[in-house]
Design a protein around this ligand. Structure first.
Ligand SMILES: [Zn+2]
Length: 209
């Protein structure tokens, strides 16, 4: 497998969507569906890939708003999410009281389970439950890369001031599931630039104290 990772970010929230491609087979997945799905559709077409699934690190509106456009343009695909946030995708219920945004229900929901492998075409992701920003937050690891959603950012961590957040669980999960990965693992976060596990271990002010 030869992995290639490209991203698009929307202008409003700077939310990253990722196209993760196996260059040997042209199988790909999309991780998170930001507010400008047209950019991701164009990227997938430009790469000539077969998108096999959409994986969600969590279901805040800026990470799921583009789902319907992606599904309309790329065909009915499995949309994989942790069980505790399944209702957001399957029933279109908002994750947060603060942002009561309804999204159209998705019929093709699949499960991301902690410490299990999620297979999509030739791609295999290890699922790591990293809750705290939201109850069903997951990080997705593949071949020296980890996609951390809004758990871990370059130099920061996710917000935990929502009614369904848990700041302690967030830091505990990052330490147990992410900082134990090899230092050279490349971190692709839900917002902002990429980093590495080693750099965050050494310099992230929320984790070094
Ligand atoms: Zn976000």
């Amino acid at each position: 497998m030869k992995l290639r990772v490209e991203s698009t970010a929307d202008a409003q929230f700077g939310t990253n969507s990722y196209l993760v491609e196996d260059e040997d087979t042209k199988d790909a997945v999309i991780i998170d569906a930001n507010l400008e799905p047209e950019s991701m559709v164009a990227l997938a077409r430009r790469r000539g890939v077969t998108v096999c699934a959409i994986l969600l690190t969590h279901t805040d509106v800026d990470h799921v708003a583009g789902l319907n456009t992606l599904l309309r343009e790329l065909g009915p695909l499995p949309v994989a999410v942790h069980d505790t946030e399944r209702h957001v995708v399957a029933e279109g219920k908002p994750l947060r009281r603060q942002w009561p945004v309804q999204t159209p229900p998705v019929e093709t929901v699949a499960a991301l389970e902690h410490q299990k492998t999620f297979r999509a075409g030739s791609l295999e992701f290890d699922v790591l439950h990293t809750p705290g920003h939201s109850p069903g937050g997951v990080s997705l690891k593949i071949d020296g890369h980890v996609f951390t959603g809004d758990a871990l950012f370059a130099g920061s961590i996710g917000r935990s001031d929502f009614h369904n957040s848990d700041g302690r669980a967030l830091v505990d999960g990052i330490r147990a599931q992410l900082l134990t990965l090899p230092d050279e693992t490349i971190v692709h976060a839900g917002h902002g630039p990429e980093t590495t596990i080693g750099r965050e271990k050494r310099t992230n002010p929320f984790l070094t104290r």
